[in-house]
Ligand binder design. Structure first.
Ligand code: 26V
Length: 822
């Protein structure tokens, strides 16, 4: 009887667990326990673990309802969750018991964990950050919920064609059903699109007509580590309000009626696969509004249940905007307050501007969202009126503060004039928020001094803050690197470091202990072998796990400069080719690994992938490079692949043009796992170096202040690559020799460097080679010293826990308290 839902406690014994799994095989899956595959075993195991999550979830939500704490809501269009089972078992403290239980049933936990599909509802850093933050919110016992969209198709699956090109296949991740979501068919919201807006007196308006779409909630429990505190992400799914448009149906226009129902359900069909690039698609704007409107109606309903007067709203609710994607929540809350709650306009604006805080994640101009006014007119006519009214008052106050500065007014306006007016979402987000933050010290400073300078002048600098990003050490060390995690726990004497990452500094005591060093090196070796096995199984390539593993994994983008890496690889190859066999024996063997997706429409990024793959093919087939240089592009980068790659790196590359990478978070993951960092003086690399010591990182390249001047020179006083860097010129010439495929294929890429070189490859190339040389020397000449650097790096990464980051949001931005769940 004990296996019945709800009766098992966290102290469940193995017997209860096997019973529960068998129970789910029989009654939830309607299958037989003796005839089940790994996928079935996974599903039953997930359902068994889910029961514990849901019990804690209920307890947590009941406590929130009873105690009515101030709550924070994280609005993010992306939550890059990856897999859930392993993480859930670890957080519940039940992993070992489940492992034993499954073993009794004839399964290995590893195979069962591997049967789960990634939830890839995000592009890259921004989406994974949201996932780390909800983990930390639950762990730190902060009343924090996420709101997102339940896309039917997540991030596309990347395939590599025989010629090396990226191909995209859809990711129907819900096909196997998702045991981690709880459909809430009774939690819904009506979301209107189109129709017309009428203005009444005192700023009020009426919005009617158009088409309504139904938002249905799906909840995903987020367990904290070693606590009952279990938070929630509410994902909205779109459904047509009625199965068909009755009027069209009556008119006999069946096709049109069905079309209506299609377009409504379309809204949550697919995640847009752009990263750091704005595309301006109408459906994307519909996604944004659908999600903001549903989330705000839900938040408002919950607030009203507290029985507080509406003026109390900002004391009970704070909403964090993850980039500008949810900026429509600002005019939407205005609309609800003014039109529906009949709050006077100025009072409503007071409430709104005490509710929202905004995080900026990029300074790249091509990523800034702007929506055509004409599109707003069509889809969101009432919001357009509200935005115009806000802008009118705002520009008057700008004029009062900076009389006659028309350029400033034009820059700060919510509307960009020009052929076709556009709404500037960043300006609206700043205007409607009480705090604005960047994601690393350098980035926040760039936000203050460049893209939002006018707003700093206007609002004062106190509104503009920094919260350096962080990562969850549960997933990004304990879960992905058990070998190292166990060694750390054994050395420090407890697992407390997982919830207080600064405790890692206790490892420093042991940095010179040869036995400890040996164990440390053994953990790394183990992870490299694990990765080598994966590479053998998936690509059929044998890599030497004793070689230095040099890894660059992230979205493919010109600013991230995978190009610099592959050009450096070619230089290394040419150097090897020019050596005598005797000289080659002295080369430090390297395995260079790349992974990452290019946006399907980003032609140059796709060409860079193709170059990497083809350079790899030539080098890996060349006997001259055998055993000393291997170059691979691993297809279909994902959270799960990251969990395999990151623990296996000796060195990882974070080599963006200075000033372009807002923070980076994989840099933190690699360093936490004892990989050393090779990077530019950019984003969070700078703070990592401050923490782990500059002697433990390999920095190179020009600094941010030099970038503008260098670009100016490229434009007006171009210098041939041959003169600037003969080494780079030789590499480009080698590419154009046809060795890696016809020169005509690569010419457009080579031209980006020869002409304009916006990302300063030619300026940083020699410095990059210099840094690589130092990496080689440090690795070969003193292996013991390398291990020491690795230990020191991990030991000093305490700052980069997302627990620290989320507590900074809670204390410095949200003004919110933690709440213990009993
Ligand atoms: C995303 C999208 C998604 C699809 C449609 C168009 C569009 C436009 C802009 C963006 C924003 C991307 C910004 C972003 O991902 N920034 C990354 O944020 C990470 C977490 O803070 C940070 O570590 C990375 O450095 C930064 O590039």
């Amino acid at each position: 009887e004990t296996w019945k839902a709800g009766l098992r406690s966290v102290d469940a014994d193995v017997n209860d667990i096997t019973k529960s799994i068998v129970h789910h095989i029989q009654t939830s899956l309607a299958r037989q326990a003796y005839n089940i595959d790994n996928l079935g075993a996974y599903q039953a195991t997930a359902l068994a673990a889910r029961e514990d999550l849901i019990i804690n979830w209920n307890q947590t939500q009941m406590t929130y309802t009873r105690k009515q704490p101030k709550r924070a809501y994280y609005l993010s269009l992306e939550f890059l969750m990856g897999r859930t089972l392993d993480n859930a078992l670890l957080n519940l403290g039940l992993k070992e018991k489940f492992e034993t239980g499954l073993d009794k049933l004839g399964f290995t936990l590893e195979d069962v964990l591997d049967s789960e599909r990634d939830a890839a509802l995000g592009n890259g850093g921004l989406g994974r950050l949201a996932a780390c933050y909800v983990d930390s919110g639950a762990t730190c016992e902060i009343p924090l919920w996420g709101y997102g969209l339940r896309y039917h198709y997540g991030m596309f699956q990347q395939l590599i064609a025989p010629d090396g090109s990226q191909l995209e296949a859809p990711d129907p991740w819900l096909d196997n059903s998702n045991p981690w979501e709880i459909p809430r068919l009774d939690v819904t919201a009506d979301v209107r699109f189109g129709g017309h807006a009428e203005k009444l007196d005192k700023g009020r308006g009426i919005w009617s007509g158009g088409q309504e779409v139904l938002a249905v909630a799906y909840d995903c429990p987020i367990p904290g580590s070693d606590t009952k505190s279990t938070n929630n992400i509410r994902f909205w799914s779109a459904r047509p309000r009625r199965g068909f448009d009755l009027q069209s149906f009556n008119a006999g226009d069946y096709d049109r009626a069905v079309e209506t129902s299609n377009s409504a359900a379309n809204i949550t069909n697919v995640l847009y696969p752009n990263d750091n690039h704005y595309a301006g698609k109408s459906l994307r704007l519909q996604q944004q509004y659908f999600w903001c409107a549903a989330s705000l109606s839900d938040i408002m309903r919950r607030f009203k249940n507290t029985g507080q007067p509406i003026s109390e709203f900002p004391n009970h609710v704070v909403i964090q905007l993850n980039d500008t994607h949810p900026t429509l929540a600002i005019p939407e809350l205005m609309r609800i307050l003014v039109d529906e709650e009949e709050v006077p306009w100025d009072d409503a604006w007071q409430i709104v501007t005490r509710t929202f805080a905004f995080t900026n994640h990029t300074v790249l101009p091509e990523a800034l969202e702007k929506w055509p006014v004409s599109l707003f007119q069509q889809l969101l006519p009432r919001h357009l009126q509200i935005i115009y009214d806000l802008n009118w008052t705002f520009l008057q106050s700008v004029e009062r503060k900076f009389p006659g500065d028309v350029d400033k007014m034009a820059r700060m306006s919510l509307i960009e004039e020009g052929h076709g007016q556009q709404i500037r979402m960043a300006n609206l987000a700043v205007l409607g928020s009480f705090k604005v933050n960047g994601v690393a010290e350098l980035h926040s400073e760039l936000v203050r001094t460049t893209i939002l300078k006018d707003f700093v002048d206007f609002f004062g600098v106190d509104k503009f803050r920094n919260v350096t990003n962080g990562i969850t050490p549960r997933r990004w060390l304990d879960q992905c690197n058990p070998a190292l995690s166990n060694l750390i726990t054994e050395t420090l004497g407890s697992r407390a470091w997982l919830k207080d990452l600064y405790l890692l500094k206790g490892l420093l005591e042991h940095e010179s202990d040869p036995t400890f060093q040996k164990k440390w090196a053994a953990a790394k070796a183990n992870n490299k072998e694990r990765l080598a096995k994966y590479i053998k199984n998936t690509l059929g390539v044998t890599v030497d796990s004793k070689a230095m593993f040099d890894i660059q994994v992230k979205r493919i983008h010109e600013y991230k400069r995978q190009s610099l890496n592959i050009l450096g690889v070619i230089h290394r190859y040419l150097t090897i080719k020019a050596m005598s066999p005797e000289e080659r024996t002295k080369v430090t063997p390297r395995v260079v690994l790349f992974a990452g997706k290019a946006a399907p429409g980003y032609w140059m990024a796709k060409l860079i992938i193709r170059l990497i793959v083809n350079v790899g093919k030539v080098i890996n087939a060349d006997p001259d490079a055998k055993g000393i240089l291997t170059v691979l592009f691993l297809p279909d980068y994902s959270v799960s692949l990251a969990e395999l790659l990151i623990p296996a790196s000796d060195i990882s590359e974070h080599i963006s043009t200075a000033g372009t990478e807002a923070s980076g978070t994989s840099n933190m993951k690699f360093c936490l796992n004892g990989g050393l960092l090779l990077g530019t003086v950019d984003g969070a690399n700078i703070e990592i170096a401050e923490e782990v010591g500059e002697e433990n990182v390999f920095f190179f390249g020009h600094l941010t202040p030099a970038v503008e001047e260098l670009r100016y020179q490229h434009r007006y006083h171009p210098m041939p690559v041959e003169k600037k860097s003969p080494a780079l010129a030789a590499v480009l010439e080698d590419i154009m020799s046809g060795r890696y495929g016809d020169a005509s294929i690569w010419e457009p890429f080579v031209n980006t460097i020869r002409q304009g070189d916006y990302y300063l490859i030619s300026d940083d190339f020699d410095s990059y080679l210099q840094a690589q040389k130092m990496v080689d020397e440090a690795y070969t000449k003193d292996p013991q010293q390398w291990i020491k650097k690795s230990i020191q790096t991990t030991a000093k990464m305490g700052k980069f826990s997302s627990d620290r980051a989320i507590m900074t949001y809670a204390e410095e931005i949200w003004n919110i308290e933690t709440l213990k769940i009993n």
